[in-house]
Design a protein around this ligand. Structure first.
Ligand SMILES: *Cc1c(COP(=O)(O)O)cnc(C)c1O
Length: 397
């Protein structure tokens, strides 16, 4: 008996994915990720980025980022706990706490890293975590890393949450119990039932953790899903990303001072991985300032979303029950979905297909992400292309 070589493992598994149509070929974008993008020399209307407010290419952010390169260099130089905490990181964290209306905030290199960092700094093998079944991959991995017992809760099912919370408490098996949820669920665009979740959490003394990666900049006039519901003083950990609506890169956790103090000494990505660059930090700070000063971009985002949704609905597409700008266009069959997305591409719209296992079998969809940066003309063009392709493939009549 010999063990399998890396080469044969890779050859077999890649071939298997390709055969099942699950291998993802990545198409590089030539230039900025704006409302239109260029791929392979072809200009496309971009309905796939998370750049909700268009800030990834905003001139005001570009300006401060360039200035930061001149004043602070291109790298932080060390992990935060040695001497990689620069004044610009502190300014970012102050601004984040203000933005989230919490006592303090800590920044990380990415949203994914936040979930790796914060969950395992708080929870351990003697604890349990009640986790919505549709939570993001980084939440799932963060929970696994903590070694706590993971209790899956049916999606947004408050009876199931209450029942499982009660069971967990009454079992006496756990030291601490956390309830963790996305603020906005990224595939369907529905919003977590935070007021109910918080009530249940308070009834059973649960720690509350909201990952608002898709909510910040979008919900609550930009301030996020937690503030949308006015719950900022009743949620223990508010996690977010600086890479979606904020347009840059990085992540953060906002909460009480003692929580943030603890994360600064106990969360491993903070201790063992270098901080975001000065340009990232100042650009994020600037973005948050812009959001706090004006709701103009946020309003534009919602206006464009309503416009696209109404247009698709009128054409007869099934756009699900999204409550946010995330606009799925459900096709159903996996191969049809891929064909649909490919046709859109050929006609000039970039909207990626999302199929099993990311979403349940038979609910393949093309996910549209309208942004504040799209013009009416771009959205009209996209709708025309949707109509043409939808009729060709027979999704609409
Ligand atoms: C995108 C996303 C993340 C990861 O954020 P990054 O900053 O891109 O690492 C985490 N959680 C949720 C719910 C997300 O949608």
């Amino acid at each position: 008996m010999t063990s399998k070589s890396l080469h044969s493992f890779l050859e077999e598994n890649i071939a298997d994915l390709k055969e099942k149509g699950l291998y993802n070929d990545i198409e590089p974008v030539e230039g900025p990720n704006g409302p239109t993008i260029t791929i392979d020399g072809k200009e496309l209307i971009n309905l796939s980025s998370n750049n909700y407010l268009g800030l990834a290419t905003d001139e005001r952010l570009k300006k401060v980022a360039k200035e930061a390169v001149d004043s602070h260099g291109v790298g932080a130089g060390a992990v935060r706990t040695i001497n990689g905490t620069l004044d610009v990181h502190i300014e970012l964290e102050k601004k984040l706490a203000e933005f989230k209306d919490t006592e303090a905030a800590i920044s990380y290199q990415s949203g994914f890293n936040c979930n790796m960092a914060a969950i395992s700094a708080i929870m351990d093998k003697n604890d349990a975590i009640l986790s919505d079944e549709l939570n993001h991959a980084s939440i799932i991995d963060g929970c696994r890393l903590s070694k706590a017992k993971i209790i899956r809760v049916n999606h947004s099912d408050m009876d199931d949450l209450r029942k499982k919370a009660k069971e967990a408490v009454e079992s006496g098996n756990y030291n601490k119990i956390m309830v963790i949820t996305d603020g906005v669920f990224s595939m369907d665009g529905d919003v977590a039932l935070l007021p109910e979740i918080v009530d249940i959490a308070e009834e059973f003394d649960l720690i509350t953790y909201v990952d608002d990666a898709h909510g910040s900049g979008v919900m609550g006039k930009g301030a996020g899903t937690v503030k949308h519901f006015g719950l900022q003083h009743r949620i223990d950990l508010q996690m977010g990303t600086l890479s979606k609506a904020i347009g840059v890169v990085g992540g953060y956790v906002a909460g009480k001072t003692n929580l943030i103090d603890w994360l600064k000494v106990r969360s491993r990505p903070f201790l063992f991985s270098t901080a975001v660059t000065p340009a990232d930090a100042v650009a994020s700070t600037k973005a948050i300032e812009l959001l706090m000063e004006s709701t103009e971009l946020n309003e534009k985002l919602w206006e464009n979303s309503e416009y696209l949704k109404a247009g698709l609905k009128k054409l007869g597409f099934d756009i699900g029950d999204s409550e946010t700008p995330i606009t799925p266009c459900v096709i159903g069959d996996e191969l049809d979905t891929q064909k649909f997305s490919k046709k859109l591409y050929e006609e000039g719209v970039y909207a990626k297909s999302i199929v099993f296992p990311t979403v349940p079998k038979g609910t393949g969809r093309v996910r549209n992400m309208p942004s504040a940066a799209h013009t009416k003309e771009m959205l009209d063009d996209a709708l025309q292309i949707y109509e043409k392709v939808g009729k060709e493939i027979g999704v609409i009549s």
